[in-house]
Design a protein. Structure first.
Length: 205
């Protein structure tokens, strides 16, 4: 379930729906420890032999071979820890070295102008990677009262993801703790490269 309050708007082309689905897929994996329902969904994933596809196949095999407590413990070790995890998936931390810093304030300003509000039960600051991925999915599908143009999506991506997300995904991919989450880092890294390339090629707006 999304951590973003949103209103669903219909009529979206297949390519944009696939993009939004990937953002939501990654958000669900990074939001909290996976539950049994999510792991069971991962077990039956099928994909192609693209770089993303191969990592999805690896993830599916890991979902089938690792037990749920092991997967959940890995999430906690990487992202939560005792005091703090190995990796802090927040824009502010990656860009300034501190939590709840200027990048969060800038994101909140843009959220207010767009009309994005987190659900009441969300405790993490809004610049957590899962929340920003949820926001990108919403911009694509039109969940925030209108469908945002490619230029508007690109602007949000460039401001709130591009400066730090590649480093985050590479950190997850190469984490010494990560087994289950390593291919998720690869999927995120490859998808972000595709998004960046697509935005750079689109000259509209």
């Amino acid at each position: 379930m999304s951590s973003i309050n949103a209103k669903i708007v219909e009529n979206i082309n297949e390519e944009d729906q696939l993009r939004a689905d990937m953002y939501s897929f990654l958000a669900n994996l990074f939001r909290s420890e996976p539950n049994l329902e999510l792991i069971n969904q991962l077990k039956v994933l099928e994909s192609d032999d693209s770089p993303i596809g191969k990592s999805i196949k690896t993830l599916s095999k890991l979902a089938s071979s690792l037990d749920l407590p092991t997967i959940r413990d890995e999430y906690v070790s990487i992202f939560v820890g005792v005091g703090r995890g190995e990796i802090l998936p927040f824009a502010s931390y990656y860009l300034t070295g501190f939590l709840k810093d200027k990048p969060l304030a800038k994101l909140r300003q843009d959220m207010e102008s767009i009309g994005i509000k987190l659900e009441d039960n969300v405790k993490e600051p809004e610049d957590h990677i899962a929340s920003i991925f949820d926001m990108m999915a919403g911009l694509i599908t039109g969940k925030f009262n209108k469908k945002f143009s490619i230029a508007e999506q690109r602007d949000f991506f460039n401001k709130h993801l591009a400066p730090w997300v590649d480093l985050l995904m590479r950190d997850i991919e190469s984490s010494k703790i990560a087994v289950f989450y390593s291919p998720i880092g690869t999927i995120g890294k490859e998808f972000m490269e595709i998004e960046r390339s697509s935005f750079s090629m689109d000259v509209s707006g």
